[in-house]
Design a protein around this ligand. Sequence first.
Ligand SMILES: *Cc1c(COP(=O)(O)O)cnc(C)c1O
Length: 403
Amino acid sequence: MSLSNGHSYLAIPGPSTMPDRVLSAMHRGSPNIYEGELHALCASLWPDLRKVAGTTQNVAAYIGNGHATWEAANANLFSKGDKALVLATGQFGLGWAGTAKSMGIDVELLDFGKSSPPDFTKVEAALRADKEGKIKAVLTTQVDTASTIRTDVAGLRAAMDAAGHPALLAVDCIASLACDEYRMDDWGVDVTVAASQKGLMTPPGIGFVWFSEKARLACAQSDLRTPYWAWAPRADATEFWQYWAGTAPTHHLYGLREALTMIVHEEGLSNVWARHEALAAAVWAAFDVWGSGNPAIAMNVADPADRGRSVTAARFGAPHATRLRTWCETKAGVTLGIGLGMAPPDDPAYHGFLRVAHMGHVNAHMTLGALAVMDAGLKALSIPHGSGALEAAAQVVALAAGA
Ligand SMILES: *Cc1c(COP(=O)(O)O)cnc(C)c1O
């Protein structure tokens, strides 16, 4: 039988679960785009968007997804033939490198594989080797959503400084903004990109590019930009249409207003980070116990310090990850993420990987519920596993939440 009727839970790393408040804020007639409340609402978003990224500098917003923000960043950072040093720790650094290459940017790729954080000595060496100063910017992900490796952005900045290289630092925070601690200005980041549908709890459709004054000046002559992608006219808009280079994403803005109110003004950003940290630790505790009874079960990233706080990639041995995902969805209403980029979909090994998201609008009952469903699935499917995972996860939650 199936026990899946009831509120289903999409535990994939984006689009994430949206708060009912975000959904109801969008359920309204179209606002006037020429004057009135939409203009005031939009103006109120910018200070909060700066806060979530930890910057007092510039924000440009686009109707688009994460891929759009890669292209926006590329178009503003580089001229044709400029060099980018791109760090890959899974799937998404490779993706960003691919868009850069196709735009005529000369890409030097440092690929650290699918389970290791970047080795900053290699970054430093690559920058030192660039005697002619051809590298205009270093591109990295904060959290690679496929491998779930987290990059120490402050550590990366320190390595760039140690090399004494003037390259700008650009960070993809699409999977981590408003989940993992992030401080753009304190950490010396020049460009941050993110999208609305992950930690920001709003439907896919808005992409953001934050940029430093230093990046604005260093890129003023860059020749890849076209009128639609240019960041300055959006960040410096004096007329409402200029924020969006055309019609605003009207309904998304009402949803985003509500989401930012919840994150910045109600829960508070540091509490949002702490909640993600605690729920991630609960998931990791469960995996440690499951794996203790079956060496085929393991998280993809060995050291907790190198794991993203919004999503956890794991292996169960093929074909058990796919069997477990299917069971959780059809029998219990929990949809887990596929194992992105770990093996090609037509390779039997593909069915050994999955991801559990704990991103955005999630609380203890959702994460403990997802883990309990997985535990039940392991039992139903007779997949060997250590017992006591739920006890361990509950202990973590109890300790974090306190009395
Ligand atoms: C989701 C994601 C992307 C791609 O975003 P889309 O909105 O799907 O285009 C890029 N980078 C990271 C780290 C992501 O998590």
